[in-house]
Design a protein around this ligand. Sequence first.
Ligand code: FES
Length: 112
Amino acid sequence: MIGTYVCDLDELPEVGAAKADVDGRIVSIVRTEDGEVHAIDDTCTHANVSLSEGEVEGCLIECWLHASRFDLRTGQPQNLPATQPVAVHTVTVEDGRVHVALAGTDQTTQGA
Ligand code: FES
């Protein structure tokens, strides 16, 4: 129902990102200042760089290499050089445990 268990909430940085392997897919789990948790594909769409190593500001994460910023809610880049969105996955936090249902899969209905 809520996807794959990834980590406990208190294992995430207070504000920032952590890289996780969710069923073989590398995902950035990101906690923002307002306490929201998001999950996006970890690889920047501009080059093969890990977004989880970038800075989080508001609901944006900035690629450390060329500074494209991606909206954590939509995956859309806000500035060049990246032009393609990253995939956004569904996060459910329950009892302090973070679960991710991957986009484009049936996990939300599988009771995983
Ligand atoms: S590698 Fe991310 S913006 Fe260039």
